[in-house]
Design a protein around this ligand. Structure first.
Ligand code: GLN
Ligand code: ZN
Length: 748
């Protein structure tokens, strides 16, 4: 039996977000390249040392990045779009990442089903020369610190291809890339590394079988270099690709045993005796310690199939923060069961020792006790459980179908104008929260200042002539955090940052138990706003699915149930908003689509409970109350029937491509409810002209009856400045007025 420990990547932003700060200082010309590179190297070195001290045998290295590891590999492999070929070094690198001199950046998109975003490689012909210099240098440096433990992490050729925008034929691209990977592997072999990790998460996607021959021929070639390849997969199981992946000529294969059905596949098909199995057993996607019993029983089952093992996290640890012991403000029983990267390293060691039969000095027993203490600290909430038990399909149903209730809802002019909710979060507004936290102002002073912002916002919207107003969300830092902070079962960390993309980091809330509302969450601000105007103010809530998808969730309660629990809290909030006089309530679900499982065969299950959760939140509304929802994307074609099942009265979507394509897609599919097809892109500082918006609305009109159309920007305005928002919204209202004249004009 062989038993090793390994890692597949580590958090790379620095324990105190040093890389973020260094990047921003560099971009703002407040520091130089040297300082930036020194910072990155220091973070990298600290990562290596931590993993070395934890006794990891095969430490994945080379994953630290100035912005994004996929971009790093694009550049090393010479995949540089023509528009950036004349730039060099960092100008090229950051240009491709963020755009430069009006030259667009690469497209950014989500890395599989995580909240990390990568830059999409654009493969055109011919490729620019490859240059692995920086990578080889890093490997060499790692070897001096880690010796043979240093294992280079390389993004696999076929995953890179699968994620790219291909402008050449696939065979051509494969052959070009293969040549380059051959060079890279030879160079690594010359450096004397004991193996290389080729990360091929694309193998878990539903279409992997289509690429079977390409994988086979590519890996046949690469294996001839003679450097042992450990092929790494994660985020899901191999599905039907399992049998042929096992036959690839590699020295080892890593599988994720925390998601999907790899264990069943392993038992069904076995595991080749000439390969090492990388057992991804410590969940790299959650922030909890292992449950010793269940993990040990999985490991035993694996051991009965194959014994050449490597214990490791399920994926790179970049998806979790560094160290849970720093969260000293969290209650101890909770803190003790949190496992961030450092705790996960320790667990890997403990598990390997336990499997090897060594006495783990009762470390697993300690974890067991910590979980017991946690259960005492966070017992099930009987009221929440009772409510879930009594849930019936009727609760998910609005009292009348759309066709009937729409006549009872507020009457507005054609092309009603509104916004998505937030107005500029100025530094003064953010300062208010800092002062409140520091005790420099009282709660009453804080509220008075927020109310003044609301008043200003209402007055502006009245002047601009908008039809449906919002309060502006000044009291919210973040649309999930704001609600989570008022719900039991949510916890917030001080240092729990994870990278979202580049220098952008997020600190997701932790859902640790049954979720319940302790008090109304949005009523005070709603009332303030509504009291200042005769126009309708929309109540503004964050939907249950978005709350789940942007948090670290509980491991003991299924996500579907957590979503239902949150939906109940929102249901109460909807009822309270109605009681406070709200005629419209918007329940935002910007993250609904991004929660889709990687394998399409699991979409229905996910969409079924997520749409139910939304319906549970909205179902309480009277037929007279108009329910809006907003989604930050516009790809609906493949999930349109689920969007319909949300049964929202008004759906507002992004349309930054502003070509109405999505609009045609959803209306072509027969969508009958009202649609706010964003008329301008809020992510751009450009002020949209009236003509441009009129134009867009007219194209929309050719395909949609007037009564289905709303006019709004494509997302919230919180990142914009007032100077941009004011003229933009005035132009937007003007555009709606012009359209109204069209409608009223006699037909010729
Ligand atoms: N109501 C939110 C806002 O306007 C919606 C944000 C979002 O879609 N991400 O900010
Ligand atoms: Zn949005």
């Amino acid at each position: 039996m062989t038993l090793q420990t390994a890692t597949l990547g580590y958090p790379r932003i620095g324990e105190n977000r040093e890389v973020k700060k260094a990047l921003e200082a560099f971009w703002n010309s407040k520091s130089d390249v040297e300082t930036l590179l020194q910072t990155i190297r220091a973070v990298e070195l600290a990562n290596w040392q931590t993993q070395l001290e934890a006794g990891i045998d095969r430490i994945g290295i080379g994953d630290t990045s100035l912005y994004d590891h996929v971009l790093d590999w694009s550049i090393r492999l010479g995949i540089i779009p023509e528009r950036y070929q004349s730039f060099t070094e960092l100008e090229q690198y950051f240009g491709m990442a963020r755009g430069k001199d009006g030259i667009p950046a690469l497209e950014m998109t989500k890395w599989f089903d995580t909240n990390y975003h990568y830059l999409v490689p654009e493969i055109t012909q011919p490729l620019q020369p490859a240059d692995f210099g920086d990578f080889l240098e890093t490997v060499h440096r790692a070897q001096t610190v880690l010796g043979d433990r240093a294992v280079p992490i390389v993004l696999g050729p076929l995953t890179l291809l699968r994620l790219s925008r291909l402008e050449v034929n696939l065979e051509q691209a494969v052959s070009d890339l293969c040549d380059r990977y051959l060079v890279l592997l030879s160079e690594l072999k010359n450096l004397g590394v004991v193996e290389v990790q080729l990360h091929e998460p694309a193998l878990v996607l539903g279409d992997a079988d289509n690429f079977k021959e390409i994988y086979q021929s590519t890996y046949d070639l690469l294996s001839r270099v003679g450097l042992p390849i450990h092929q790494v997969t994660y985020f899901d199981d191999l599905g039907s690709a399992y049998p042929w992946v096992m036959e690839l000529p590699v020295a080892g294969i890593s599988l994720d045993f925390t998601r999907g059905h790899n264990l069943a596949l392993l038992k069904q098909h076995g595991f080749p005796s000439d390969k090492q199995l990388g057992v991804g057993i410590v969940d790299a996607r959650n922030i909890w310690k292992i449950r010793p019993d269940s993990v040990l029983s999985i490991l035993e089952e694996i051991q009965s199939t194959t014994t050449n093992l490597r214990i490791q996290p399920s994926a790179s640890l970049q998806f979790v923060p560094y160290d849970a012991t720093r969260e000293t403000k969290l209650p101890e029983p909770l803190r003790n069961v949190l496992g961030f990267a450092e705790q996960k390293l320790e667990e890997i060691g403990i598990l390997a020792h336990t499997l090897a039969g060594a006495d783990p000095s009762d470390k697993l027993a300690i974890v067991q006790t910590q979980w017991q203490a946690f259960e005492q600290f966070s017992p099930v909430n009987p009221a929440v459980q009772e409510r879930l038990r009594n849930l019936t399909v009727n609760d998910l149903e609005r009292p009348l179908p759309y066709e009937q209730r729409k006549h009872l809802q507020p009457v507005l002019p054609p092309f009603p104008t509104t916004t998505i909710g937030s107005f500029p979060q100025t530094s003064e507004v953010r300062q208010l929260r800092v002062k409140l936290k520091r005790g420099e102002i009282t709660q009453a002073e804080y509220e008075a200042a927020i109310d003044a912002e609301i008043a200003k916002c209402i007055q502006f919207q009245e002047e601009a002539g908008l039809d449906v107003l919002v309060h502006g969300e000044f009291e919210r830092t973040d649309m999930v955090e704001f609600f989570g902070q008022q719900l039991s079962g949510f916890a917030f960390t001080e240092h729990g940052w994870v990278q979202s993309y580049g220098s952008r980091c997020v600190r997701p809330p932790i859902i640790y138990g049954d979720v319940a509302r302790t008090q109304p969450m949005t009523i005070r601000e709603f009332k303030v706003a509504q009291s200042l105007t005769k126009k309708i103010v929309k109540g503004m809530l964050t939907g249950p699915v978005t709350m789940i998808n942007w948090s670290f969730t509980c491991i003991d309660i299924p996500r579907s149930e957590q979503a239902m629990q949150i939906a109940f809290t929102l249901r109460d909030e909807v009822a309270d908003l109605e009681a406070a006089g709200a005629k419209m309530v918007q329940i935002d679900e910007p993250a609904l689509r991004e929660g889709l499982p990687l394998k399409p065969e699991r979409w229905n299950e996910y969409l079924s409970w997520s749409v139910d959760a939304f319906r549970l939140a909205a179902g309480v509304a009277k037929p007279e109350t108009q329910i809006h929802t907003h989604m930050c994307y516009s790809e609906f074609g493949d999930i349109i029937e689920h969007i319909e099942r949300l049964d929202a009265d008004v759906l507002s979507i992004e349309n930054s491509r502003s070509n109405n394509e999505t609009l045609f897609e959803i209306t072509g599919a027969g969508y009958k409810h009202q649609v706010g097809n964003g008329v301008y892109d809020v992510h751009s500082p450009t002020i949209p002209s009236t003509e441009q918006m009129v134009q867009q609305l007219r194209t929309g009109l050719a395909h949609l009856p007037t009564e289905q159309i709303w006019v709004n920007p494509d997302c919230g305005l919180k990142t914009r400045r007032w100077e941009e928002v004011m003229p933009a919204l005035k132009n937007m209202v003007e555009a709606a007025k012009i359209l109204r004249e069209d409608v009223n004009a006699p037909q010729t």
